[in-house]
Ligand binder design. Structure first.
Ligand SMILES: *Cc1c(COP(=O)(O)O)cnc(C)c1O
Length: 360
C-alpha cells in the first residue's frame, strides 16, 4: 500500500524522514539496548532526549531564558482549564476573543473559574475572519488576554497581534506552532498540542513566562499546576516519553529544513498555490476573508452539496484523503501542515483543476 496525501486536520501527516528515523530507532535507541518506550524517564538517556528537545525548541522559536518549556499531557483541551486555574488569580477575570470552536470552548471552560469577558467574536459570520478589535473594550485589570492564533476549523489566523499592554497575552498555537515566525516575548503563555505540527498525539507543549508561575487556585490538582511541572522539569510524574522523543526528532527535522523562517516561506508558497487557484476558480470558492487566511488549514466549497460529495469521493479515490470539512462548516478543508510536501499541494490543485474542467 502506498502512502497517500493526508490532508487531515489532526492527527495529521508527519515528515516521512522522521517516521523512517523513528522506525530505524524503534527497537534500539542509540547504544541504550532498548526502545525509548521501554526506558525509565529518570534515565540519563531519556534525560538527554528531553534536554535536547527543549534546547532545539528554544533555538527554533527563539525562546528567552525567562520562559519555561513544559511537556505535559491532556492535549490542548486540558489547557482550557489549566490556564484559568493557574492564571485567573488576581482579579478573577480574563478577556477572550472568540474566533472559533476552540476559543469558544476555552472561554466556556474558563467561565467555570472566574469572569470571562468576550471582547470580540466573529461568530455572526461563521468565523470567516478575525474580528476587528476595539481596544476600548479590553479590560486593563484582566488577568490575561486569550487568543487562538490559528483557527483549525475555520481556516483563519492572526497576522497581527493585539496590543494588550501589560496584560499577559495567552496564545493557543496548536495548529500553527513552528509554521511561521512568532515573537515569544509578546506572550505570557503559548501552548500547542502535538498532533498537528509536532508529532503524535499525547504531548502538549507549554511555554510560560517565569513571573506567571506560582499563583494557582488552591484547589488546583497538583498535576494541573504549571509551577509543579516547571520545578520538576516536566518530570514530576512519567511524561509522555515516546511523544517527547518523536517531537524532538521533528524539531531536528525543522532545523534541517532551515528553521521556522524557512518553514514559513515554504508554507506561504504552499498556501498561495491553493488560494491563487481558489481565487481564479469559477467553481471552487474559499470561505475566509483574504487578509485572515490561514497558512495551515484551507477551507473551500463547491456550489452544491452534491458537488462537494462528488469531489470528496473522487479525491479520496485519487489518493487525496481527509479533505472533508469540519461538520460545522461543511465543504472541504485541506490541512497543509509543515509535513505536507509542496508536491502534495501541487497535485491537489491539479486535481481540482481537472474536476473544475469536467464540471463547468
Ligand atoms: C486541535 C486543537 C485543540 C484541541 O486539541 P486536543 O489535543 O484535541 O485537546 C485546541 N486548539 C486548537 C487550535 C486545535 O487545533
Amino acid at each position: 500500500m502506498e502512502r497517500v496525501f493526508n490532508f487531515s486536520a489532526g492527527p495529521s501527516m508527519l515528515p516521512l524522514e522522521v517516521l523512517e528515523q523513528a522506525q530505524s530507532e524503534f527497537l534500539c535507541y542509540g547504544s541504550s539496548g532498548m526502545s525509548v518506550m521501554e526506558m525509565s524517564h529518570r534515565s540519563k538517556v531519556f534525560e538527554g532526549i528531553l534536554e535536547q528537545a527543549k534546547a532545539d525548541l528554544r533555538e527554533l522559536m527563539q525562546i528567552p531564558e525567562n520562559y519555561h518549556i513544559l511537556f505535559l499531557q491532556g492535549g490542548g483541551s486540558t489547557q482550557f482549564a489549566m490556564i484559568p486555574m493557574n492564571l485567573m488569580n488576581h482579579n478573577h477575570c480574563a478577556d477572550y476573543v472568540i474566533t472559533g470552536q476552540w476559543a469558544k470552548k476555552a472561554a466556556e471552560e474558563a467561565a467555570r473559574y472566574g469572569t470571562v469577558h468576550v471582547v470580540a467574536s466573529s461568530a455572526d459570520t461563521t468565523f470567516d475572519r478575525i474580528p476587528k478589535l476595539d481596544p476600548a473594550a479590553f479590560h486593563s485589570n484582566a488577568d490575561y488576554f486569550y487568543i487562538t492564533l490559528n483557527n483549525t476549523i475555520y481556516g483563519t489566523r492572526w497576522t497581527k497581534l493585539p496590543d494588550v499592554g501589560d496584560v499577559p497575552l495567552i496564545g493557543d498555537m496548536s495548529s500553527s506552532i513552528l509554521s511561521e515566525e512568532i515573537d515569544i516575548t509578546k506572550f505570557g503563555l503559548l501552548y500547542a498540542g502535538a498532533q498537528k505540527n509536532l508529532g503524535p498525539a499525547g504531548v502538549t507543549v507549554v511555554i510560560i513566562r517565569d513571573d506567571l508561575l506560582g499563583n494557582a487556585m488552591p484547589f488546583t490538582p497538583t498535576m494541573l499546576r504549571y509551577d509543579i511541572h516547571a520545578k520538576h522539569n516536566s518530570l514530576y510524574n512519567t511524561p509522555p516519553t515516546y511523544g517527547i522523543y518523536f517531537m524532538g526528532r521533528v524539531f531536528q527535522w525543522v532545523k534541517a529544513q532551515g528553521g521556522v523562517s524557512a518553514m514559513q516561506k515554504r508554507n506561504e508558497e504552499k498556501a498561495a498555490l491553493l488560494y491563487d487557484f481558489l481565487d481564479a476558480s469559477a467553481l471552487f470558492r474559499g470561505t475566509v476573508v483574504k487578509e485572515d487566511r490561514s497558512l495551515m488549514n484551507v477551507p473551500f466549497v463547491l456550489p452544491t452539496e452534491e458537488l462537494n460529495a462528488e469531489f470528496l469521493q473522487q479525491a479520496q479515490a485519487a489518493g487525496f484523503v481527509n479533505l472533508k470539512g469540519h461538520r460545522t462548516v461543511g465543504g472541504m478543508r485541506a490541512s497543509i501542515y509543515n509535513a505536507m510536501p509542496k508536491e502534495g499541494v501541487q497535485q491537489l490543485v491539479a486535481f481540482m483543476k481537472q474536476f473544475e474542467a469536467e464540471h463547468i
